[in-house]
Design a binder for this molecule. Structure first.
Ligand SMILES: NC(=O)C1=CN([C@@H]2O[C@H](COP(=O)(O)OP(=O)(O)OC[C@H]3O[C@@H](n4cnc5c(N)ncnc54)[C@H](O)[C@@H]3O)[C@@H](O)[C@H]2O)C=CC1
Ligand SMILES: O=C(O)CCC(=O)C(=O)O
Length: 413
């Protein structure tokens, strides 16, 4: 079976056909610039030691330091991390950030770990990769199962290694340590601004019904934003299961139930809310399907069951190549990951700039800058898709690729 990376690269190669790109230039993205592997050993609270495979990939730094999150998950592999780092390379070009693409991961289920074990894991990661990361070289951020606290521990460990506080080495930090206002909900908010901007063209109106797969950072913030704007959230899921409520879920109450009980299914005892099978989420009757969990969740086996006419990808790579084709043939419009979830890295860039300036921007400024970015890039990609009669995903790749090629040609290499 083709690797995830090989499959992901076909999207880049297809986009190149719409531009007159020298194949030699394209070859440079066929593999990452560097992937570093490590054995990450931590002491557990009972005094024993455990070892976990850990990685950091710097896929491409043509447009600037590599940038991308760190994921803790049992399914982390080099192939997955490299694929996600390729997506970061393209994403940063889509929204014109002065960054290349990177990603990191640890193959671990972090849920059974205590807080002290999690801290040792984060610090251990930095000790493994201190020679790879750096404020002008490679800048991590949160991704699946990592958060602001993880970034604080990582920045603190980096400071003790280099001998000075260096806030620009990670983004997504707590506000008290130089984190940016608005980074917490930025991934969802960027997707939300894009959706609002295209709503008229998409025929998406307030009161419309949304189903959301994944109820972590990206998915739960999206639920809040959509609910506040008058949309109905009729189903949500997480790794433990899914719930449905045709009248619309109360997201505040759902969040409180999740906090208390650790998962969305605990809310199934509330009025009008029923439990459904996790894989039923993608086939719920709704006007918008938000994918905010993991890769490959919509595949050849379930793409035909999707009822939503619009899909917004907050997750990275949630739709397989085969499913993409099925959905395209059925006329489903996909707002693609490399544009729709770029709000996270865009506000990470704002954080990095604020840290370099030693300044703090107002939340209103951050929202305004993010909105402008999503609208400008969204408009360009929408126009490219119409002009070339291609999908929004293909148009986003074309848009990014032309910026990447311009940068290479400008360097003359
Ligand atoms: N956090 C960020 O800033 C960004 C995240 N993303 C992407 O968004 C996606 C979600 O990331 P976060 O929200 O940060 O992670 P998170 O760890 O906060 O949340 C992940 C959510 O997905 C759920 N989940 C896992 N497996 C599932 C399954 N099989 N079915 C349904 N739900 C499942 C988890 O229970 C959890 O609710 C990932 O693909 C990530 O790469 C993309 C851009 C930025
Ligand atoms: O904020 C960042 O630097 C990267 C976030 C990320 O990992 C992503 O966009 O997939």
């Amino acid at each position: 079976m083709a690797s995830k990376l090989k499959k992901a690269l076909t999207r880049l190669v297809d986009a190149a056909k719409h531009l007159n790109i020298d194949p030699i230039i394209l070859e440079r993205w066929a593999s990452p610039k560097a992937t570093t592997h490590a054995r990450l050993t931590i002491q557990m609270d009972d005094g024993s030691h455990k070892h976990f495979p850990a990685l950091r990939c710097r896929y491409d730094d043509t447009r600037g330091p590599t940038k991308g999150g760190i994921r803790y998950h049992p399914s982390v592999t080099a192939d997955e991390v490299e694929t996600l780092a390729l997506l970061m390379t393209v994403k940063c070009a889509v929204v014109d950030l002065p960054f290349g693409g990177g990603k990191g991961g640890v193959q671990i289920d972090p849920h059974p770990l205590s807080k002290t074990e999690l801290e040792r894991l984060a610090r251990g990661y930095v000790r493994c990769f201190a020679h790879v990361i750096g404020p002008n070289r490679d800048i991590p951020a949160p991704d699946v199962n990592t958060n602001a606290t993880t970034m604080a521990w990582m920045a603190d460990e980096y400071a003790s290694i280099v001998g000075e506080w260096t806030p620009t080495v990670t983004t997504g930090k707590p506000i008290s340590l130089g984190g940016s206002l608005g980074r917490d909900d930025a991934t969802a908010r960027g997707g939300y601004y894009l959706l609002q901007f295209l709503a008229k063209d998409l025929g998406f109106t307030p009161g419309a019904r949304a189903a959301i797969q994944g109820f972590g950072n990206a998915g739960s913030h999206m639920a809040q934003l959509l609910e506040s704007a008058g949309y109905k959230i009729v189903a949500v899921s997480d790794s433990k299961g899914a719930i449905r409520c045709p009248a619309g879920l109360d997201i505040k109450k759902l969040n409180a139930a999740k906090e208390r009980n650790g998962g969305v299914t605990s809310f199934a005892s509330s009025d009008g809310v029923s439990r459904i099978a996790a894989d039923e989420l993608v086939s719920v009757d709704c006007d918008l399907l938000v994918l905010a969990a993991l890769e490959d969740m919509v595949h050849a086996g379930n793409a035909a069951n999707v009822k939503a006419p619009i899909i917004l990808e907050l997750a990275n790579g949630p739709i397989t190549l085969e499913a993409d084709e099925i959905l395209k043939n059925r006329g489903v419009v996909i707002l693609p990951d490399i544009l729709a979830n770029a709000g996270g890295v865009a506000v990470s860039h704002f954080e990095w700039v604020q840290n370099r300036q030693g300044d703090r921007w107002l939340i209103e400024d951050i929202h305004a800058r993010l909105k402008t970015k999503m609208e400008e890039e969204g408009a360009a990609i929408w126009a490219c898709a119409k002009d070339k009669n291609i999908t929004l995903r293909s148009a986003a790749y074309v848009h990014a690729l032309s910026r990447l090629v311009d940068a290479i040609e400008a360097k003359g290499t």
